[in-house]
Design a protein around this ligand. Structure first.
Ligand code: MTE
Ligand code: MO
Length: 374
C-alpha cells in the first residue's frame, strides 16, 4: 500500500504505535484534560492508507439486493446534509483498548495499545434511521426484515480484506434511541481525513470497529457482514486458543458489539513519583447507564467513591464517557491505586484480566503503582 499521501499529524500528545497503517493514541494525562477530546489528540485506528476523497463527488449507496421492494439509491453529500442534523456526544472505544494488559499474560495478536484508544467527541450528521427510511427500508419489526443486519463498506485499500467493512443489527440502526449516525462533523467542524472525511458511521455504545470511516456502501441483508472484521476478528476467543486454531473458532463465536463496563486511572500514571499527598486521582469510565465509581489507594482492600462528571442529556442517551476524580489526603509509601466502575445493573470490572489471543475487551480493574516521595 502507498502511505505517501497520509495526512500530517502534529500533536505532541500522540504515541504512535504503528506508522503504516497509522495507529496512535494520546497519553493518558492529555486524555483526561478535557471532557471533549480535541481532534488532534483523538486516537487514530487504521487498517490501511487514509483515503483522500472529494466531498463534492462522494456518494453513499443504500442497497438491499434480497429485498425486492427496494431499489438501490445513492445519496450525495448535499442530500445527506438535507436530513435533520442530529448532534450527540459519544465516546468511541477500540475493542483493543488496554491490550497491553493482556499481552503481559501471554503474547497477543494486534497493535499493543495502552488505555488511550478511547475518545469522547461531539458527532453530527443525519440519523441512520432517517436515511434508511428515505431509501424505503421497512421498520425493523416488519416480518420482511426481522433479524436482519446493516452492513457498511468503506472506500480504500485495507489489510486483511478487500475493503474495511462491518455490520450492526438492523434494529440498532433503525432504533430512534440508539442515535446511529452518518456523521460529517466531529467537535463542530468538518470531519478530518483521519477520522473518515467526508462521512463515517458512528455507532454509540458499541466497539469502535463498527463505526466505519470513509463510508461507501450500506447494504440491508439477512446476515451479518462477510467482512474479515465481522467474521474473523473482534471476537473473544477462549483463553487456550492460539493462531493454529483460529479457523475453527471464529465461526463459533459472536461478533462483538456492546461495550463492557470500563474505567481507567489516567492521573497519576504508572510509576510516576508523587508527593505523599494530597493528590487528585483522575480517570475516565464508560457504560451504558448511570454508575458508581470506586477508587482504592490500598490495592483494593478499601474503596472510596469518586466524583463523577458527564453531560449526557438522559439515561437512555448515555453515550458520552464520565470523567471522575478523587482527592486523597495522604498516600502510603507502597500505595497501589485501583479503580472499578459499576453500572446501574450492578455489573462491574473483573479483578483480574482474562486472556484472549486477539487481546480485546480488557476491562480488568485498572491497577497502578506510584512512587510516593516526601
Ligand atoms: N473504518 C475504516 N474504513 N477503516 C478502518 O481501519 N477502523 C475501525 C473504525 N472504522 C477503521 C474504520 C476501528 S477498529 C476503530 S476503533 C475506529 O474506526 C477508530 O476510529 P478513529 O480512527 O476515528 O478513532
Ligand atoms: Mo478498533
Amino acid at each position: 500500500f502507498d502511505y505517501s499521501n497520509d495526512p500530517v499529524r502534529p500533536s505532541p500528545h500522540l504515541l504512535v504505535r504503528k506508522d503504516e497503517p497509522f495507529n496512535a493514541e494520546p497519553t493518558l494525562s492529555a486524555l483526561v484534560r478535557r471532557y471533549i477530546t480535541p481532534v488532534p489528540e483523538f486516537f487514530k485506528r487504521n487498517h490501511g492508507p487514509i483515503p483522500d476523497l472529494d466531498a463534492s463527488k462522494h456518494t453513499v449507496s443504500v442497497e438491499a439486493p434480497e429485498l425486492p421492494s427496494i431499489t438501490s439509491r445513492r445519496f450525495n453529500m448535499s442530500e445527506l446534509r438535507q436530513f435533520p442534523k442530529r448532534e450527540i456526544i459519544a465516546a468511541i472505544q477500540c475493542a483493543g483498548n488496554r491490550r497491553d494488559g493482556l499481552n503481559k499474560l501471554a503474547k497477543v495478536k494486534g497493535v499493543i495499545w495502552a488505555a488511550g484508544t478511547i475518545g469522547n467527541a461531539t458527532w453530527a450528521g443525519a440519523t441512520m434511521r432517517d436515511v434508511l427510511l428515505a431509501a424505503g427500508v421497512p421498520e425493523y419489526d416488519d416480518p420482511a426484515v426481522r433479524g436482519w443486519h446493516v452492513s457498511f463498506e468503506a472506500i480504500g485499500e485495507c489489510e486483511e480484506d478487500r475493503v474495511y467493512g462491518s455490520s450492526i443489527p438492523l434494529w440498532m440502526a433503525m432504533s430512534p434511541n440508539r442515535d446511529v449516525l452518518l456523521a460529517y462533523e466531529m467537535n463542530g467542524a468538518t470531519l478530518t481525513r483521519d477520522h473518515g472525511y467526508p462521512i463515517r458511521v458512528i455507532v454509540p455504545g458499541v466497539i469502535g470497529a463498527r463505526s466505519v470511516k470513509w463510508l461507501d456502501r450500506i447494504t440491508i441483508q439477512p446476515a451479518e457482514s462477510n467482512s474479515f472484521f465481522q467474521q474473523r476478528d473482534y471476537k473473544i476467543l477462549p483463553p487456550h486458543v492460539r493462531e493454529n486454531e483460529l479457523a475453527e473458532w471464529w465461526p463459533r463465536l459472536v461478533a462483538l458489539q456492546e461495550l463492557n463496563v470500563q474505567s481507567v486511572i489516567c492521573e497519576p500514571t504508572e510509576d510516576q513519583s508523587v508527593n505523599g499527598g494530597p493528590l487528585t486521582i483522575r480517570g475516565y469510565a464508560i457504560s451504558g447507564a448511570y454508575w458508581r465509581m470506586h477508587v482504592s489507594v490500598d490495592g483494593g482492600r478499601t474503596w472510596k467513591m469518586a466524583e463523577l462528571y458527564n453531560t449526557s442529556p438522559s439515561p437512555e442517551r448515555h453515550w458520552g464517557w464520565t470523567l471522575w476524580a478523587l482527592r486523597v489526603p495522604k498516600l502510603s509509601i507502597d500505595a497501589e491505586l485501583v479503580c472499578r466502575a459499576w453500572d446501574a445493573a450492578g455489573n462491574t470490572q473483573p479483578e483480574l484480566p482474562v486472556y484472549n489471543y486477539r487481546g480485546v475487551m480488557n476491562n480488568a480493574q485498572h491497577r497502578i503503582r506510584v512512587l510516593p516521595s516526601s
